[in-house]
Ligand binder design. Structure first.
Ligand code: THU
Length: 129
């Protein structure tokens, strides 16, 4: 997989975000351990709390379609350098495998992080065993 393919997926998914309340578009694209790319945009609901971030749409699509782990995620939003919220970072902990996180403004303008960068000292399933 070329990371540009992942970035393109996120940039395209952002266009499909359903955001009538915030008008803040976010797109995400995930590389699953099955080698496939799964994309998602944020989806907002009138009563607000059922709203779901783009990252979780893409991750849940991947897992529900059979991927067991996620290897990379690209995130792009209406703000320059849109970072994942805390809830999405915790979801990434659950399914990550040496996860690369790309914060994308365009195909040429991006930054790469590890999950340890974004959520150090995290709680995970290992703590439960
Ligand atoms: N949002 C995301 O989709 N991902 C993030 O990482 C940050 C926030 C969405 C949630 C809501 O639809 C809108 O952006 C404004 O908060």
């Amino acid at each position: 997989m070329k990371k540009e393919d992942l970035f393109r997926g996120a940039l395209e998914a952002k266009k499909k975000a359903y955001v009538p309340y915030s008008n803040f578009h976010v797109g995400a694209a995930v590389l699953g351990d099955d080698g496939k790319i799964y994309t998602g945009g944020n989806i907002e609901i009138a009563s607000y709390s059922p709203t779901i971030c783009a990252e979780r749409v893409a991750i849940f699509k991947a897992i529900s379609e059979g991927a067991k782990k996620i290897k990379a995620i690209a995130v792009t939003g209406d703000a320059k350098d849109t970072f994942p919220c805390g809830v999405c970072r915790q979801v990434m902990v659950e399914f990550q495998e040496d996860l690369k996180i790309y914060i994308v403004n365009s195909l040429e303008d991006y930054q790469e992080f590890s999950l340890e960068d974004l959520l150090p000292h995290s709680f995970s399933n290992e703590d439960l065993s």
